[in-house]
Structures are given as structure tokens and as C-alpha cells.
Design a protein around this ligand. Structure first.
Ligand SMILES: Nc1ncnc2c1ncn2[C@@H]1O[C@H](COP(=O)(O)OP(=O)(O)O)[C@@H](O)[C@H]1O
Ligand SMILES: CC(=O)N[C@@H](CCC(=O)OP(=O)(O)O)C(=O)O
Length: 259
């Protein structure tokens, strides 16, 4: 099988022009088949604050009422997605920006298996693998925003780590997939207050222990849940780390391992 890398980049990198430039530079130098999934939660929260729209996160996921859905659609599928595509075009990468509604790429249903009502938050029900593969085989570099749809005209907000995971899982039927959750730190930290305490590997047992001790919390919760799910569903290699350091300083980040 041909190698393919799915890279997810999050809000803290996207919100910092220098970090974003470094990330996109490193991304544009990657060889082979590659897909980019982006978040942008930080910019959405900042903008919500300045517009007087209330933001509430539960377990790393945004409660998305109708006002928040309008805002995140504009921010993720508009501003951030198009800026990333333009920046990649400037670096010679033939990027194509999409959200889950484009080409019926990612379908979702309202998140319901929770005590909390998350509003217009979608859990993914289907990925259009054929459409993804067609674009990849045409050498387009897909840049996917975390907005999904239900096929009946309703858009949903979906955690970007989850979008990257489901895309990676779907593509692993046809490619040998490496999935990198890139964020501002060098990996999962054993001590969240010490940036140098990167764990080279993380097993599910160790992760559960750290969650209990509250050493893995907020945005790292969906990241680790998704990482173990990806590994169990056929993704060849899963890493949580800093893409620029992985590519330029040969840092290994945190490798997700079975048990
Ligand atoms: N053990 C941990 N190691 C590293 N980061 C952690 C840990 N526990 C919680 N975090 C938090 O998780 C955040 C990453 O999640 P998130 O903010 O969703 O990132 P992104 O938006 O880049 O995907 C880090 O910035 C950090 O504050
Ligand atoms: C449902 C849900 O929480 N959606 C996320 C989508 C963006 C995201 O995941 O952005 P980061 O990768 O930067 O965190 C949100 O609105 O924050």
C-alpha cells in the first residue's frame, strides 16, 4: 500500500502567524500523499468573545447553539480554511479547501449519546472515501475544515481531531496511513506544567491513569480518545506532537501504542 500522511493542526498554532508559517513551510516540504485537517477553536472563541456570543466547552468540545454554529462555519470553513489554502498555494502546494458538506465528504448526526446537550455538534456517521481518494489521486492536497452535514441541509460543528481521525480511518482501507495530531507542545506531557516532560510513548492504560489524575484534560481528552480509536481501526501509526519539530528537529513526539 502507498503511504499517506494525515496531519491535523490545531487552534493555538493557527492563531499564531509565526507558528502557522513554520507549520505550513514544513507541511509543504512533505513528500508523498498528504491530507490536512485543521481546527481553529481558539480564534472562534476569541471572536465569539468580541461579538458577545457565549462560549462553553465541555470535555474539550464546544456547546454549539445556532449563533455559535454561524460563527464557527464562518471561521472554520471560511476565514481559516481559505487563508491556509492561499498560503499553501503561495508555497507551491495545489491545495483545495473543503468542509464536510463539499462533495458530501463527511456526514454527521446530532451528538445524542451524552448527558449534555451539545446543540449543533455532529458525530460522524460516514466518510465519502471514494471522493477523498479521487482528489488525492489527482494530486490535490485536501485542506478540510471541521464542519460536517447531515445530508438534509443541516451543518454541524465537529471536533477537528475527530474529523482527522475518521478521515485517517477511512483512508486506511486504501493507504498505509500515518496520523499526526500537531499542536503547540512537543507531545503529551507527563506533567502538564513542564513542557520538557514529553512522553515518548503513551498506552491506553497509562492514558486512563493520567485522565484519572487530571494530568490529561481539556483539549487533550478528545485528542487521546481519538488517537487510540484511530490505532484500533487500522491507522498504521499515530503520533501526538509538534509537526515542525518532528520534521525539522527529528523529535518523535508521543507515539500512541496498543496497551
Ligand atoms: N498531558 C498533557 N500534555 C499536553 N497538553 C495537555 C495535557 N493535558 C492537557 N493539555 C492541554 O491540551 C491542549 C491541546 O489541546 P487543544 O487545545 O485542543 O489543541 P489544538 O487546538 O491544537 O488541537 C494543550 O494546549 C494543553 O493545554
Ligand atoms: C465540537 C467542537 O468542539 N468543535 C471544535 C472544532 C474546532 C476544533 O476542534 O479546533 P481545535 O483543533 O483548534 O481545537 C470547536 O468548535 O472548538
Amino acid at each position: 500500500m502507498i503511504d499517506l500522511t494525515v496531519v491535523k493542526v490545531g487552534g493555538n498554532v493557527i492563531d499564531d502567524p509565526e507558528k502557522l508559517n513554520d507549520f505550513l513551510d514544513a507541511f509543504s516540504n512533505l513528500n508523498g500523499k498528504i491530507v490536512l485537517v485543521h481546527g481553529g477553536g481558539k480564534l472562534a472563541s476569541d471572536l465569539a468573545g468580541s461579538l458577545g456570543v457565549q462560549t462553553k466547552m465541555v470535555d474539550g468540545r464546544r456547546i454549539t447553539d445556532a449563533e455559535n454554529l454561524k460563527l464557527v462555519t464562518m471561521v472554520y470553513a471560511g476565514l481559516i480554511n481559505k487563508n491556509i489554502v492561499a498560503a499553501l498555494q503561495a508555497l507551491g502546494v495545489n491545495a483545495m479547501g473543503m468542509c464536510g458538506a463539499d462533495l458530501d465528504l463527511i456526514r454527521a448526526e446530532k451528538r445524542s449519546n451524552s448527558k449534555v446537550d451539545f446543540g449543533f455538534v455532529g458525530d460522524i456517521t460516514a466518510v465519502n472515501t471514494l471522493a477523498l481518494c479521487k482528489q488525492i489521486e489527482c494530486n490535490s492536497v485536501l485542506v478540510i475544515a471541521p464542519i460536517t452535514h447531515d445530508g438534509n441541509g443541516q451543518l454541524f460543528n465537529t471536533n477537528a481531531d475527530t474529523v482527522a481521525t475518521e478521515v485517517a480511518v477511512a483512508l486506511s482501507r486504501f493507504y498505509k496511513v500515518k496520523l499526526v495530531y500537531s499542536f503547540e507542545k512537543l507531545g503529551v506531557l507527563i506533567n502538564p506544567d513542564d513542557d520538557s516532560s514529553v512522553m515518548p510513548v503513551l498506552s491506553s492504560e497509562k492514558c486512563a491513569e493520567m485522565v484519572k489524575l487530571n494530568k490529561i484534560n481539556t483539549g487533550m481528552l478528545p485528542k487521546t480518545q481519538n488517537a487510540f480509536y484511530a490505532l484500533s481501526k487500522g491507522v498504521e501509526e499515530v503520533v501526538i506532537g509538534n509537526f515542525v519539530s518532528i520534521e525539522t528537529n527529528h523529535s518523535s513526539g508521543t507515539q500512541i501504542v496498543n496497551s
